[in-house]
Design a protein around this ligand. Structure first.
Ligand SMILES: [Fe+2]
Ligand SMILES: [Fe+2]
Length: 270
């Protein structure tokens, strides 16, 4: 993994311990979020959500209009951010740009949470945001709030509660069903638009049990292992660029409009 030195656009190392602190006061909102998430995200639930949402029959919007639309959402799972979604996306992308990364990487940062529009289509937040994990096999005890999986029916189902579950060893993450959320949805929406490294960042940026905790390596294949450093490279920009300094949207908009025009279709079918 490439070392990521803090830039002026990212939180300094000494401040980083304050992020993803689920024990901080007033965090019951996050705890209750994960209680529902872990109880209801079953194998069958994920298959049903894929069948529904990967038809992309909800509405058509330009990428910029979709970002504007997303801006009405507050993410209940995030203990750190109280900013509008577009501010988080701008800060993430600007921190990536400031470090001189390629434009597709900057764009990946700018759109990585766009899949959260599912919340605005009526999905509960526990089915859209938060950390992700494989379904169809045993839950790692390194997933946040693992005790809540006791209420998940799959935990008592012998088809799904062994280490391999329904999967072959090293079958590759593409064959693994992840808990349903904005990562998987946006990956399918953009899978023809970005380089593979950007797609991995989008699809697995919430898969902390893998990219941070080193779990589920018995399911990954050589391609997953090759792209894991990219997912890890992306993570600090997602986390530590959540500074409360508001980005200047008006100044940045022309640059990002050009970037979206270069890589994305004029109209997204959501
Ligand atoms: Fe996200
Ligand atoms: Fe994010």
């Amino acid at each position: 993994m490439t070392d990521l030195s803090p830039t002026p656009l990212m939180a300094q190392a000494a401040d980083r311990a304050a992020y993803r602190d689920y024990a901080q006061p007033g965090i019951d909102r996050v705890r209750e979020f994960y209680r529902a998430n872990h109880q209801h995200q079953t194998y069958d639930f994920v298959l049903a959500k894929k069948a529904k949402w990967l038809q992309f029959q909800q509405r058509e919007m330009s990428p910029w209009d979709a970002l504007d639309y997303l801006n009405t959402l507050v993410d209940e799972s995030d203990p750190d951010i109280h900013l509008p979604q577009i501010s988080h996306l701008l800060q993430t992308a600007e921190a990536i740009r400031a470090d001189g990364h390629p434009d597709w990487f900057v764009l990946t940062g700018f759109v990585h949470d766009l899949g959260k529009v599912l919340c605005l289509f009526g999905e509960p937040q526990w089915a859209v945001v938060g950390d992700t994990f494989p379904v169809g096999c045993r839950h790692s005890d390194r997933i946040v709030y693992p005790e809540f999986f006791a209420a998940n029916p799959d935990s008592a189902d012998p088809r799904y509660n062994t280490e391999q579950g329904v999967y072959q060893p090293h079958c590759g993450l593409d064959r693994v069903h992840m808990s349903w959320g904005h990562d998987e949805y946006l990956y399918h929406l953009l899978k023809d638009c970005l380089p593979q490294a950007g797609l991995y960042m989008i699809r697995y940026h919430s898969f902390y049990p893998w990219h941070r905790e080193g779990q589920y390596r018995h399911l990954t294949d050589a391609q997953d292992e090759a792209y894991l450093p990219w997912v890890q490279k992306f993570n600090p920009y997602d986390l530590y660029s959540k500074n409360p300094r508001p980005p200047v949207l008006a100044e940045l908009k022309p640059y990002y409009e050009d970037l979206m025009a270069k890589y994305l279709p004029a109209t997204l079918r959501l």
